[in-house]
Structure formats: structure tokens, C-alpha cells
Design a protein around this ligand. Structure first.
Ligand SMILES: [Zn+2]
Length: 65
């Protein structure tokens, strides 16, 4: 996935707006380009992967017994 405005492949999740609901129905989630800050829609699994990369330190999670 690349930004159509600047070609960057770095994105972060954007905040949801009411008008995004129609996009969620077609499994698209709003993201924002980290480089040019343009807002666009990504395929939902791709967007969720962005969220996962923010919390990639699962190894540090405490183990409960
Ligand atoms: Zn961009």
C-alpha cells in the first residue's frame, strides 16, 4: 500500500468520523499518511496491521498464572 499523493508507505490510523461508517461497511478504514498527512482509506486488514505494529512489544507482557 502506497500513498497516492507522495508515494510513502508509512501510515497511521486516522480518527473515525461519522462519515466513515459507509467506508467501514465496505471494510475500509481511514488512515493518514505520515509524510504528507493526507487522509485516505485503506483495506481494513491493512489498517489493523498498522495498529498492531504500534504495540509490537508482546514479549514484555506480564504472564499471569
Ligand atoms: Zn503521502
Amino acid at each position: 500500500m502506497k500513498c497516492p499523493y507522495c508515494g510513502s508507505s508509512r501510515f497511521r490510523l486516522s480518527h473515525l468520523r461519522f462519515s466513515d461508517l459507509v467506508h467501514l461497511l465496505v471494510v475500509r478504514y481511514p488512515v493518514r499518511c505520515r509524510l504528507c498527512r493526507e487522509r485516505m482509506y485503506a483495506f481494513l486488514p491493512d489498517a489493523l496491521r498498522l495498529r498492531g505494529s504500534l504495540h509490537a512489544s508482546k514479549e514484555d507482557a506480564p504472564v499471569e498464572k
